[in-house]
Structures are given as C-alpha cells and as structure tokens.
Design a protein around this ligand. Structure first.
Ligand code: URA
Length: 478
C-alpha cells in the first residue's frame, strides 16, 4: 500500500508527477491512499521516495484539461478518481468517449462544478484599492472571495491578463494569488486580509441601481445567476432587497408612464414638410421649435420627440453627446438618464457647474429598435449624424462656446468629421474648420458599460481627469 499527499498549491503538477511515478512502477489504483496535504492521510502505507524509472505516458489532451479542473474540486476522492482514469486510459485510450462509463461521468461532474465556480469567481471578485500604496508606481488592490473549490490558481491568470497594469491580491480561504509587477504567485492563505475602506462603493451602487430593470426582474433567475452565498462580499447586493421590494410598483409606474407621460408635447406623427437648411433661427427657442418637427431622416419615427440642447445660452463650454437615450426621449431633456447622472457627478468632481455649460447631442432623436416592451439603443450611423449636423452647427453658432467637449465617437464624428480612435485622441484639442476648438473624451455610458468595478472606477477617474483638463483648456483660451 502507498500513501500520497498533494499540496494545496501546485496540486496538478504534484499529482501528475506522483501519478506518472505510480504508473511507471505499475501500482494499481486500489493500492494508493491519496490525501490533501495537511489532511488525515491514514496510518498505513509507504510514501513514494526514490525516483521511479521514467515512464512514457500517453493520454488524450482532453484528459489533461479535465484533470486540471477536476483536481481543484474539494471532493476527497478526486486524486484517486483521476489516477483510476489515468490507469485505465493506458489500457483503453478511447475511454473518454464512453459517455456511459461511471468514472467518465464522475469526473465530468467534478469539472462542471469547478467550471461553474470559476465563472462565478470571474464575475463576483470585487477589488478594493489599498490607498496606503497610493504613491507607488503601480496601484494595488485587494479582494476577498469564497469559492466552493480550490480554484484560485486556475482562475488567477484571467485576472492577471485583465488587470495587468496593477498589483493585486485575491485571497480565498485556502489559497492567495499575488500579482506583483506582472509576476503571479500563490501561497496558502494564512489569514483573511483586513477589509479596506471602499470610496467607490457609491459609484458602483449607482451603476448597479441604474442597470437594474424592475420590468425584467425574475427573482429565481437572478438568484441562480448571483447565488445569495456571494452577497455578503458584493457591495451592490445590499441594494437588492430594496430594489426587489419596489420592483412591481416601479414596473407598473413604467408601464403607465412610458406611453403617456412625456414631459413635452409629442408632435403628431406623419408626413410633414422637411425644413430646408436655409430656414433660419435667430434664437435657441426658434431653433428648438424647428428641431421638434425635423424629418430629415427616419429616426423621428421610433422616437417620442426631438431632444434639443439645454443650459446656459452663452456658455463658454459646450458638451456634445451622442443622442438622447430612453429617458431623455421621454423627458425631452438631454442627459437626464443614467449616463447623465454619471456626467453630473463627474462635472461636479471636476469643478464644472452643469448650469454654466450648454449640453446637447450630435443627433436629436433617440435611435432605437422596439423589442416587445423595451426599446434597444442603437448607435446612429454616419448619414444620420450628417443629417443632424445642421442642427448642431446652428446651436454652436447661436451659443458661441469657446470650447466644445465631444463625448464619445459620434460627437467627435459630427464635430470633426473623424470618428475613429477616440481613446487615442482623448485629452487633445482638435481645431476643426469653422468651429471652436474641440476637446475629445469618452462617452459617459462607456463607463457604465465597463463590466467590472475596478476598471469602471478607473475609467471614471480618467473621465474626471479629462473634464478637469477641458476646464483648464477653457481657462487658457481666455
Ligand atoms: N447619452 C447621450 O449621448 N446623450 C444624452 O442626452 C443621454 C445619453
């Protein structure tokens, strides 16, 4: 009888080395007692000490893949099951194809559970920044996560490629992953790291609350996707009971409000005379009235109303977005939905008063595709942007801002004629002919769409930094 223990870190390599040796020595599966290092390994049995003869072991690649996953499962039988499989594969190379084999099915169950656990870890790890490290060249983040299985080593490479430009630690009850200066290492966890304060919780919760759609709530499906056992480490989960409790009432409100309560009069649909570009407006009010009946392109058909700009009529700073969203389309005002709330917050942080700016969009009608009860946002195409450019140019002419901030690619296209490469052009002043200088940055909804919290916090910080730079550029323009 042999006994073999496997460490918590480097488990697969340790198991593979031991298993190869046992195969080389011809040790049958029932003669080995496998255990996790540190666990009770049985009183009897001889440890494998001397180097066995090298053995050439042929196994299908699929076995290696599934063994790397299955070994992470907490089932105490996993090492033995895998050795059993390895042993049988030597004699029956097509074993994996036998769906009815009990061993094949047992190992498949293990790999499925581990894959699901990895998926949850990728979705639910929440980093907090270690502010004590704020002056270091690389920012440092810490996360605590409680997976069902020992998956830290398997999942950490995903985080290493996602967050390659920062240092981080992901601690789990068994193993801690440490990513420092681009090097990934692992160590058994000695204690849970202290919880760091998180100043970005508010931003994350605002984002979560804004994407929560009460009309589409399915509590069972939500709990299957985000099982309650993870909630204690998810800041957004604190909002769930309240959001769920008021969902039916909010959805009923939405059903009633959406078709009947836009805050501006909806112009009657139907054919109306297009306004030739020559038709002039001497004031913003006149221009808004002309825009309201615009039929230059078909976008008016699915929209409730045209959404004209608003703000200071002689603002030094004009901000141009893409097009009204669902909320703006119903309210008739720009930037009042989730992207607008984020923009408001960023403007405040940058020291810019929204009331002193003029906010508008490159395209005045909401481009959407009706799908049942919802209207899916669609980006305007080049022709639609071109058709609408006349209105924007006229607004610029009347407001006469000293600086324009283009929020995202559509605004940049409308103002400069070039949409590509917003990320490369951000923060730079461009001087399109006949217009005030244009400062390009990202659209606030791109920050709302950033799926994970630390990347979204970073994107938000960068956006605020751009707005601060735009403010300085405006001051420098005099
Ligand atoms: N996105 C925009 O670009 N403009 C708005 O008014 C709202 C969302």
């Amino acid at each position: 009888m042999y006994r073999q223990s496997i460490p918590l870190t480097g488990s697969f390599a340790a198991w593979r080395n031991a298993a190869r040796s046992f195969v080389a020595l011809g040790v049958e599966p029932q003669l080995i007692s496998w255990s996790e290092e540190g666990a009770e390994s049985g009183l009897f049995g001889e440890a494998l000490t001397a180097d066995p003869p090298a053995a050439r072991i042929m196994v299908p690649g699929a076995f290696v893949d599934s063994a790397q996953r299955a070994i992470c499962h907490r089932d105490p039988q996993r090492f033995a099951l895998l050795y059993d499989m390895l042993w049988r594969l030597q004699r029956q190379p097509s074993l994996l194809e036998d769906e009815s084999d009990a061993l094949v099915s047992a190992i498949r169950q293990l790999t499925k559970a581990v894959s699901r656990d990895c998926h949850k870890m990728k979705a639910f790890v929440r980093f907090r920044e270690d502010e004590a490290n704020a002056d270091a060249p690389r920012r440092r983040f810490v996360a605590w996560f409680e997976p069902d299985h020992n998956i830290t080593e398997l999942t950490a490479p995903f985080f290493a490629s996602r967050f390659a430009d920062m240092d981080w630690i992901i601690a789990t009850p068994l193993v801690t992953a440490i990513f420092e200066s681009g090097e990934l290492s692992f160590a058994p966890t000695s204690e849970r790291p202290p919880a760091l304060p998180d100043p970005t919780i508010g931003l994350w919760q605002t984002y979560y609350a804004s994407i929560f759609n009460p009309a589409r709530l399915k509590v069972k499906a939500m709990k299957a996707e985000m099982p309650a056992k993870y909630w204690k480490n998810l800041p957004e989960a604190a909002l769930i009971p309240e959001l769920v409790a008021h969902a039916a009432e909010r959805a009923a409100g939405m059903r009633e409000a959406a078709p009947t309560e836009p805050s501006r009069r909806i112009p009657a649909r139907g054919i109306s005379e297009p306004h030739p570009p020559e038709e002039d407006a001497a004031t913003l009010e006149q221009l808004a009235a002309l825009t309201a009946s615009c039929r230059r392109c078909p976008l008016y058909r699915n929209a409730t109303q045209a959404v004209f700009g608003e703000g200071h009529s002689q603002a030094g700073l004009m901000l141009v977005g893409e097009q009204p969203g669902d909320r703006e389309d119903l309210d008739g005002r720009p930037f009042v939905g989730p992207a607008g709330q984020l923009l408001d917050r960023a403007l405040k942080e940058a020291g810019i008063l929204r009331a002193e700016t003029y906010l508008t969009n490159a395209v005045k009608h909401f481009k959407c595709e009706p799908r049942g009860k919802v209207r899916l946002h669609k980006s305007p195409d080049r022709h639609e942007v071109e058709h609408c450019r006349w209105w924007l140019r006229k607004e610029i002419e009347l407001v006469r801002p000293r600086l324009i901030v283009a929020l995202g690619g559509t605004a940049a296209l409308s103002l400069t004629g070039v949409s590509a490469g917003v990320l490369r052009r951000r923060g730079v002043l461009e001087r399109p002919e006949g217009l005030p200088p244009v400062f390009i940055t990202v659209h606030p909804s791109s920050i709302l769409r950033t799926p994970d919290r630390s990347a979204s916090a970073q994107a938000y910080d960068d956006f605020v930094r751009d707005l601060v730079a735009a403010k300085s550029a405006l001051a420098a323009l005099g």
